[in-house]
Design a protein around this ligand. Structure first.
Ligand code: MN
Ligand code: MN
Length: 458
């Protein structure tokens, strides 16, 4: 084919030894981030600690920001804003914004979760985000979260991550007795009320009044002894079951990486490291690690919260322009994942318009469903601007839609930001088995996405 034709580039195919080493080294740091930050609270705390190490200080509303300032806003421990004030004229250039989310699909404990049935202590869950329920049975699960006790004391819980920890479990039928379940439509194999977690099986031996709930009684006594908890403390708790698996390399060549919650920590990591690694201090940059994307970006820690606009307004007033004028000049990358083309499931994707593993950062002009419904659909002009930045900086990138037209679809935070009159486009790492307990990405794409963010904020 002539040079006039468009062709995707495979990152590994063209990488020299030095680049390969950089790709693999970068993935190591990423692995510890995903392993230590399995919930939005943990990911927020992890990134915050690194930012503090780089000199970022807490921001207070009303504080005047000036060139060289590096500040953060920790929103309820679940949503982090990092702001670096540049030396260039912010009023003229606007803010370069990158938003990624740090919440991922999981199973949350209900507020009254504990019960005993047939000699097993269990917990009821309510899933968070879009999951294929059957995938969460018969895998090791870890319990993460926070409990606020009656006296206001907060107990942070992580059980199931150490090799010596117990894990938690959802059962499924043996094939011998699954004929009826097998005949159900795939999506109905397990219902939301079937995702009940096994917590214990040893009865409490000493005499109690409740002879029927001795296993639950034993569990309550363990929880009290270990954490000082009583059953009512679950009322004011946020406890989640997440896969207990750690990030691992995939394949003999180790080019891919499997981990839980890569949507969207695989974009959150390059977003905040791009900012913290940047030594050029010209641009004003904001990196947001958002919560609640998986359930529609609602609430006080999601991107629909007024806080995002409020913080931009604080920057605007610091440099003496209106918030509207600042937003009009600002640019945003909505850093979120796209579906990687999967040879096992070719039929759901258009091979021309899909993102492929190891072919670089995936730019997505529009998301949405059916006739682009629910998408911000970035303009050709803005795509052109971004394309120029990436090409001039040698970033390997590709483009793709989330599946074939009319097969499905999805959304990101992009539209909420674009609604504020900020040019916004989706870009991120292609993910295979998205929203499953163990998702797969390419180390090469992770690294190219990092390079893309570096180029965008420079
Ligand atoms: Mn996402
Ligand atoms: Mn998602």
């Amino acid at each position: 084919m002539s040079e006039l034709a468009y062709k995707r580039t495979n990152v590994y195919e063209q990488a020299d030894e030095k680049t390969l080493k950089a790709i693999f080294d970068y993935a190591k740091g990423y692995s510890s981030f995903v392993d230590e930050g399995k919930t939005e609270r943990e990911a927020c705390a992890y990134a915050l600690k690194v930012a503090e190490g780089k000199g970022y200080k807490p921001f207070e509303f009303g504080q005047k920001l000036s060139a060289g300032d590096k500040v953060y806003y920790n929103n309820r421990g679940k949503n982090l804003y990092l702001i670096k004030m540049g030396t260039a004229d912010v009023a003229k250039e606007g803010v370069r914004i990158i938003v990624a989310h740090i919440d991922s699909p999981r199973l949350d404990l209900k507020q009254v979760p504990l019960y005993e049935e047939d000699g097993i202590a269990l917990a009821k869950t309510h899933y968070y985000g879009g999951i294929r329920k059957y995938q969460w049975a018969t895998i090791p699960l870890a319990l993460h979260g926070s409990v606020v006790k009656r006296n206001g004391e907060v107990i942070d819980v992580v059980v199931g991550e150490e090799e010596t920890d117990p894990v938690f479990y959802i059962s499924d039928l043996l094939p011998h007795l699954a004929a009826k379940q097998n005949a159900k439509p795939h999506g109905e194999a397990m219902g939301g009320e079937d995702l009940n977690i096994w917590l214990g099986n040893i009865p409490y031996k000493a005499a109690t009044e409740d002879k029927d709930n001795t296993v639950k009684e034993n569990l309550l006594r363990i929880l009290h002894e270990k954490y000082g908890l009583e059953e009512a403390d679950f009322l004011s708790a946020e406890l989640s079951l997440v896969p207990a698996m750690k990030a691992r390399d995939v394949g003999f060549d180790r080019g891919l990486i499997a981990a839980y919650g890569q949507d969207d920590r695989v974009c959150a990591y390059p977003a905040y490291t791009a900012l913290l690694d940047e030594t050029d201090d010209r641009r004003t940059v904001m990196v947001v690690l958002a919560d609640k994307e998986e359930i529609g970006s609602e609430g006080a820690t999601g991107m629909q919260c007024a806080l995002f606009g409020d913080l931009l307004a604080e920057i605007a007033s610091s440099v003496g322009v209106s918030s509207a004028a600042l937003r009009a000049k600002s640019r945003c990358l909505s850093a979120d994942v796209n579906a990687a083309f999967d040879p096992n499931f070719k039929d759901v994707c258009d091979p021309l318009n899909s993102t492929y593993l190891s072919c670089g950062a995936g730019l997505t002009k529009f998301t949405g469903a059916r006739g682009k419904s629910g998408s911000n659909d970035a303009s050709a002009e803005f795509v052109g601007e971004i394309r120029k930045i990436f090409d001039e900086n040698g970033v390997v990138w590709q483009t793709g839609e989330l599946g074939k037209v009319d097969v499905g679809g999805g959304g990101t935070v992009a539209k909420y930001i674009a609604n504020l009159n900020i040019d916004t486009i989706d870009i991120g790492v292609p993910v295979a088995s998205m929203h499953s307990p163990y998702e797969v990405t390419s180390k090469a794409d992770l690294y190219e996405t990092y390079l893309a963010f570096r180029a965008f904020i420079r």
